[in-house]
Structures are given as structure tokens and as C-alpha cells.
Write a protein that binds this ligand. Structure first.
Ligand SMILES: *[C@@H]1O[C@H](CO)[C@@H](O)[C@H](O)[C@H]1NC(C)=O
Ligand SMILES: *[C@@H]1O[C@H](CO)[C@@H](O)[C@H](O)[C@H]1NC(C)=O
Length: 522
């Protein structure tokens, strides 16, 4: 380290020093694997800056500094073992899958299992925290720990927050140009789309509340010490200091944000590192035709896909000039063509950053689409559930992706989409242009998240950022009460004027006509 660097870091240390060594709770015991991946870089960075961290997560994160203490109260298998088959759910249609309560049941059962672990009560009794950072969308049933510890909190939304969440911060999202997370709309909507967007946005907020939030609240009130005295989910969220959203204005659509709603999208993106030798050999020797990377993510198990779908993929792959590296959970397939290689686990960003890559076939999870943009790789999106349709739609509207539907997939559809993406240079050009855009920021998303986390610590919850809009209800926020009064006044005025006019008319015109009648008579 040069003397200048040492001086700089000392200066930074003393400037920010006030809060280094704070105690932070990462609260995500019910998170899915990809949610955990959103948090890991922040946890690591804060740990390395000397903060003492307790991480309640279903997955043990690797390479953390010694100041990060990790506690697994339940495992990811306890949690995800019982989710219904995503391929079957997809057949029901996105909408029915969304409102099917069996798709969220595992969260509640996982939560009760969590509260049955005595280790939790030890933590609740002995620990104190300066800040709680929570993966809000899957962890409502532990939100009661925030008032229990009486600490400021930062809520993290693992995707661009649904409007019901950001509304709690006084940041209502306009349904006129912000599409609801679960709809396939872009920011340019026709009248009918805006109508649908407005209605369904509210509908999903109500469904979410009925399916997840109410039950979660009941659970923590039952199990936490003095739980029945704890405030409800609404009150706890409304007292939160900040909302971090895993979104980026160049990828998700631009929207208006208050200063306590911070976009930190792409915290986990990073340049590629060297691949393991056998993998590198297979990909590097793919020559000028390059290779395709196919992964359906960590929740969906590719091996569970219907046999006929697997055949479609395999037949199309066997006709391609490109090599294919496929994330697949068993050792082998009997009919595997020589240009296809299976792998149970792949370092996704290192594969995406390989110079020979031509195409990324993905389920379109947010982290995957962010990574493909960061590394400038075109995308063939095969969405299965949740926000994946929206992510792929957005990618399509940005011009670097195409979507295929897995439920009615055919060899022709798949092959023509793959060939189009590989042979038409516009897709890779768009992806590379976007890659430049997402990297052109005054500070990296991770530095930004670290800065604002320490800001909340330095300013004891930063209450000065709180917008008065948090206390306004829907009618007040949209000045509907004022509009109603003004409209009423207008109606009264018009009524009075029209009455007046009638009277004047009768007096003047009426007289005239009487006069004319008289005149005619004479
Ligand atoms: C909900 O999902 C389950 C499991 O996949 C399925 O058996 C059930 O029919 C679904 N219910 C509705 C109303 O779609
Ligand atoms: C609101 O949060 C602050 C910390 O930012 C905490 O001291 C206070 O007790 C909380 N109030 C309620 C009602 O939860």
C-alpha cells in the first residue's frame, strides 16, 4: 500500500469512524438462496469495515470476515423442500399460481419451525443491536424482532419494490408509468393497460396482505416474548429508516424516489474470475462459434422438467454449432450430444464473463438478468414464476433478449429464438451498450449501500429523511379530498350562475316576448 493510500484510508476511517464497530443484525432467516445472494456482498463489506454482524440466514455464507457471526435457525431445505412443482404451477398460469396459497405455505411452516428453535430465544434475550437489516418480502413473520430489539431498521426489497412497500415510505408509485411487478407491461401503457395495472396493483397488495402478512403477524405475536404487545407489520414498516431496492434506473424503468428509498441494484455484480480448469478447457476451446450457457437458477430444478421439454432442449442443442454448458442437477444424461456439457454447480458470473459466450438461456431471475447485463450477454428468457416474466419483458423491451414460454415450447420456437439471438448482432450490441450504462455510476451499488447503511447508523435512524407523505392516506396523498371540495364548489358555482342566468333571462327576454305578444295583439 502506498503512503497516500494509507493516508486516504486513515482519513476515511476517522471520518466514518464514528460508527465503525456498530452491531448489526441481518434478518433473513426465511430467505431463498437468491435472496441471500443479494445480501452477501453488503454483509461482507460491512464486516470488513469492522462492524460486528449477526447473520440469521438459512444459508451459511462463505468468505466472511471474522466479525460476521452466522446462525442458521432453519436450513434452506427445511424451507424450500416443500414448494409445489414450479413446472406444474406454470401450467396453471401466472395469475392462478400467484393467488394459490399453497405456493406460500412453506413460508409459514418454515417460520413456525424457526420459532420452535430454542437458540432463537437465547438471541432475543441476550443480544442488542444498533441496526437491523431485513429481507422484508419473505420475512414478515420475524419483523416483530425490530420493535423487540428497539433498533432502527433498513428494509431491503430483493427486486424493484412493489408499490405497496414503497408506499409505506410515502413513496407511492404511479400506476400510470410504473408497471406492477407481476404483470407483463412496460412503462408505456395504453389506457386499458393502465386500467389493468391500477386495479391489479391494488389487488396484489390485498392478496399479499391476506396470504402472507396477516398470518405472519399472527405467528410472531404468538411466539415472540410479549408478542401480543408488539405493533403490527404496518406500524413496524412505517417506522423503518430506509428502503433499499435491488433495482437500477437503466434496467428497471425510471421512477420517482424519495431520499430514503435507495436503488442499490447490482451490488453482487463483479468482473469474472478464472474458471476451474476442466470447465475453462471446454469453454475456451469452443472456438469462434462460442458457447451457450443454460441455467434455470437455484429454486427450479432443471432435472424436474417434463421429459418432453428436456427432449426439445436436447434435440435443438444437438443441431447447434455452439457448445452448451447446462446447469443440471444429476451426473449425466444417456442421450447427451457431444457439444453439451452438464454441471451441477456453475460460477455464474465467471461463465458469463468468459469471452467466448454468445448467449445466456435463463429463467430470468433478477440477479441473473442483472449479471447478464453487467457482462453484456444477450438473453433467452424462459420465465417460470414470480417476477421472472417482468424481468424478461423488461429485457426484451431493452432489446437484448427474447422470451420463450416453457409450457408450450416446441423445437421450432426454441431453435428460431436461439438462432435469431446469435445471428442478429443487434442483441449483443444492445447488451454491451447497457453494460456500459449500468457501470457508469458515481459510486458502485455496493459502496452506495454501505454509505447509506452507515448514514442511518451515524444519524440514529436518520429521522430527518422521513417524508410527511408517510402519514397521508390515499385520498390525502392524491389530494382527492381537496379535489372533491373544489369540484363541489365548482358544481355549486355553476348551479348558481345557471340559476342567475335563468332569472335574468326570464326578466329580460321574458319581458321582450311578452312585449312582442302585446305588440302583435295591437
Ligand atoms: C394450487 O397448487 C396446488 C399444488 O400445485 C394444486 O394442487 C392446486 O390445484 C392449486 N389450486 C388452484 C386453485 O389452482
Ligand atoms: C421507531 O424506531 C426507533 C428507532 O429508529 C425506535 O427507537 C422506536 O422505538 C420505534 N418506535 C416504534 C413505535 O416502534
Amino acid at each position: 500500500m502506498s503512503p497516500l493510500k494509507i493516508f486516504q484510508s486513515l482519513l476515511l476511517f476517522s471520518l466514518l469512524g464514528a460508527c465503525v464497530g456498530d452491531k448489526i443484525l441481518f434478518l433473513l432467516p426465511l430467505a431463498s438462496r437468491s435472496h441471500v445472494h443479494v445480501f452477501e456482498p453488503l454483509m461482507k463489506a460491512l464486516g470488513e469495515r469492522g462492524h460486528e454482524i449477526v447473520n440469521l440466514s438459512p444459508i451459511e455464507s462463505k468468505n466472511m470476515s471474522p466479525t460476521v457471526k452466522q446462525i442458521q435457525l432453519i436450513t434452506v431445505d427445511d424451507l424450500m423442500g416443500k414448494i409445489p412443482d414450479p413446472f406444474e404451477q406454470r401450467k396453471l398460469g401466472t395469475f392462478r399460481a400467484m393467488i394459490n396459497s399453497s405456493s406460500v405455505e412453506h413460508i409459514h411452516t418454515g417460520c413456525i419451525k424457526l420459532y420452535e428453535n430454542p437458540q432463537l430465544y437465547e438471541i432475543l434475550k441476550t443480544e442488542k443491536f444498533d441496526l437491523i437489516i431485513v429481507d422484508v418480502l419473505l420475512n414478515y413473520c420475524v419483523l416483530g424482532m425490530i420493535p423487540h430489539f428497539k433498533a432502527p431498521s433498513i428494509l431491503v426489497s430483493t427486486f424493484a419494490a412493489p408499490s405497496s412497500l414503497s408506499a409505506i415510505f410515502g413513496n407511492r408509485l404511479q400506476p400510470s408509468f410504473v408497471p406492477c411487478v407481476f404483470l407483463k407491461y412496460t412503462d408505456q401503457m395504453s389506457f386499458l393497460e393502465r386500467l389493468g395495472n391500477t386495479v391489479l396493483d391494488s389487488f396484489f397488495a390485498i392478496m399479499w396482505d391476506k396470504m402472507i402478512i396477516q398470518k405472519s403477524e399472527e405467528i410472531y405475536k404468538k411466539y415472540l416474548p410479549n408478542g401480543y404487545q408488539l405493533p403490527g407489520v404496518d406500524k413496524i414498516q412505517a417506522n423503518s429508516s430506509m428502503l433499499f431496492m435491488n433495482s437500477h434506473f437503466a434496467l428497471n424503468y425510471p421512477r420517482s424516489l424519495l431520499p430514503d428509498v435507495i436503488e442499490v441494484g447490482g451490488m453482487h455484480t463483479r468482473p469474472a474470475k478464472k474458471l476451474p480448469k476442466d470447465l475453462d478447457d471446454f469453454l475456451s476451446s469452443s472456438g469462434k462459434d462460442g458457447f451457450i450457457f443454460f441455467s434455470l437458477g437455484s429454486i427450479v430444478k432443471a432435472k424436474d422438467m417434463p421429459e418432453e421439454t428436456r427432449k426439445i432442449f436436447l434435440n435443438v442443442f444437438s443441431r447447434l454449432k455452439q457448445r452448451v454448458i447446462w446447469k443440471w442437477e444429476t451426473e449425466s444424461m444417456p442421450d447427451l450430444p457431444p457439444n453439451v456439457k452438464l454441471n451441477k454447480w456453475l460460477p455464474q458470473q465467471d461463465v458469463l464473463g468468459h469471452p467466448n459466450i454468445r448467449l445466456f438461456m435463463t429463467h430470468g431471475g433478477l440477479l441473473s438478468t442483472q449479471e447478464s447485463v453487467y457482462h453484456g450477454v444477450p438473453v433467452l428468457g424462459i420465465p417460470i414464476f414470480g417476477d421472472q416474466d417482468l424481468n424478461v419483458m423488461q429485457a426484451e423491451s431493452r432489446g437484448y433478449a427474447k422470451m420463450v414460454e416453457i409450457v408450450d415450447l416446441s423445437e421450432e420456437k426454441l431453435e428460431s429464438a436461439i438462432l435469431e439471438l446469435i445471428n442478429n448482432p443487434s442483441y449483443v450490441q444492445k447488451a454491451q451498450a447497457l453494460s456500459k450504462l449500468v457501470k457508469d455510476l458515481p459510486q458502485t451499488p455496493l459502496d452506495k449501500a454501505v454509505y447509506w447503511t452507515e448514514y442511518v447508523l451515524r444519524h440514529k435512524g436518520a429521522p430527518h429523511l422521513r417524508s410527511a407523505a408517510r402519514d397521508l392516506n390515499f385520498f390525502q396523498y392524491y389530494v382527492m379530498d381537496v379535489a372533491a371540495v373544489l369540484l363541489t364548489a365548482l358544481v355549486i358555482i355553476i348551479y348558481l350562475i345557471s340559476c342567475c342566468c335563468k332569472t335574468i333571462y326570464r326578466r329580460t327576454c321574458g319581458m321582450k316576448s311578452i312585449k312582442t305578444v302585446h305588440l302583435k295583439k295591437e
